[in-house]
Design a protein around this ligand. Structure first.
Ligand code: ASP
Length: 339
């Protein structure tokens, strides 16, 4: 009897010590938010003295509106995948950002759009490149993931595939705003100093989300870089370069000078550093953007979220349109460096 009593005491002790160690596993004892989402609307050279107050406000309102769309999905128990698409579609329709409506133009004066999408739960992904008439490139990327056997479709084939699956099409002029046409005409009139893509203001859009089920997803949508060669494809539609998501590590969307992001497999690199080196999201993302890319003068930034709902938004340009929102009530929108 005494023996059984002893066993009972030992059992209780180990049970309670197990409880304590679980609590210790999370040193800050920070509660994971039920859901969280983080967005960018492009990184580039922007300064508070050069940005008109009304334009500054338009960007902030645009970011908040996109966060509202994602929050509506996530707070109602919707998936991270649905939230990413809903959030990006708001920015695709906003002429201030460089994706779908308001996209930058190729040397030919056309909008050629790229987008990609990845589910952190299944690690399935979809992408479209160089599409010219699909109203929502992010919806087309999701469609490629959900309905085709493929990961990436380009040009006419992607357009026909999306059309045959009922996605909306529009004439290319639907994407071209007066502002982009003016920019294009200025480039045409001023071809002597070569366009410097590094100094350009970007405007690609991206979103990464964590839902109530603990699943992650990410997506990116862009017109690419102003005055690009037609047929040029950037990092945005390339899984691992512009977009990546894995429930075990993080979900990432990048923005910046795409050629460098492709060569450095930036989005995957964040996840790889977390997975192999056990770095935190913040350390992994900061190292890549503010050290590795700075060393090779590659301009840009990224947004990322991990399974605990931590977010990172590093950029090495002077600004990045960005924001995040969490079920805890945290809500942030920013443009310039020190805010
Ligand atoms: N990364 C995009 C591209 O190179 C551009 C951007 O993010 O602004 O196509």
């Amino acid at each position: 009897m005494r023996y059984i009593y002893l066993l009972l005491i030992l059992g209780l002790m180990s049970f309670s010590s197990c409880d304590t160690s679980n609590a210790q596993e999370n040193p800050k004892n920070k509660k994971r938010p039920e859901w969280a989402l983080v967005i960018h609307g492009g990184a580039g050279y922007m300064s508070p003295d050069k940005m008109e107050a009304s334009l500054d406000k338009e960007y902030r309102d645009g970011l908040a509106e996109a966060l509202d769309a994602g929050e509506r999905v996530l707070a109602n128990g919707g998936s991270a995948e649905d939230a990413v698409v809903a959030t990006i579609q708001v920015m695709e329709a906003n002429p201030r950002f460089n994706s779908a409506v308001g996209a930058v133009l190729t040397m030919e004066g056309k909008a050629e759009l790229d987008a990609s999408f990845m589910s952190g739960n299944t690690r399935n992904s979809g992408a479209v490149a160089g599409v010219t008439n699909l109203k929502s490139p992010i919806a087309a990327a999701r469609l490629v993931m959900d309905s085709s056997k493929h990961v990436m479709m380009a040009g006419r084939g992607a357009e026909v595939y999306a059309m045959s699956h009922g996605l909306d099409t529009v004439p290319n002029s639907y994407f071209i705003t007066d502002r982009r046409m003016d920019q294009f005409n200025r480039k045409i009139n001023d071809l002597k100093p070569k366009p410097d893509p590094v100094k350009k203001k970007y405007g690609t859009v991206g979103c990464a989300a964590l839902d109530k089920e603990g699943n992650l997803a990410a997506g990116t949508s862009t017109g690419g870089m102003m005055f690009k060669e037609y047929g040029r494809v950037g990092d945005a539609p390339i899984i691992g370069a512009g977009t990546y998501a894995d429930n075990n590590t993080c979900a990432v969307s990048c923005t910046g000078h795409g050629e460098y992001f492709i060569r450095n497999v930036v989005a995957y690199d964040v996840a790889a550093r977390m997975g192999y080196l056990k770095e935190s999201l913040k350390d992994a993302a900061d190292y890549i953007i503010n050290d590795k890319l700075v060393q090779i003068e590659a301009s840009g930034g990224l947004i990322a979220i991990d399974k605990e709902g931590n977010v990172a938004m590093p950029f090495n340009s002077s600004g990045m349109f960005r924001g995040y929102r969490k079920s805890t009530g945290e809500n942030y929108v920013g443009i310039y460096k020190d805010e």
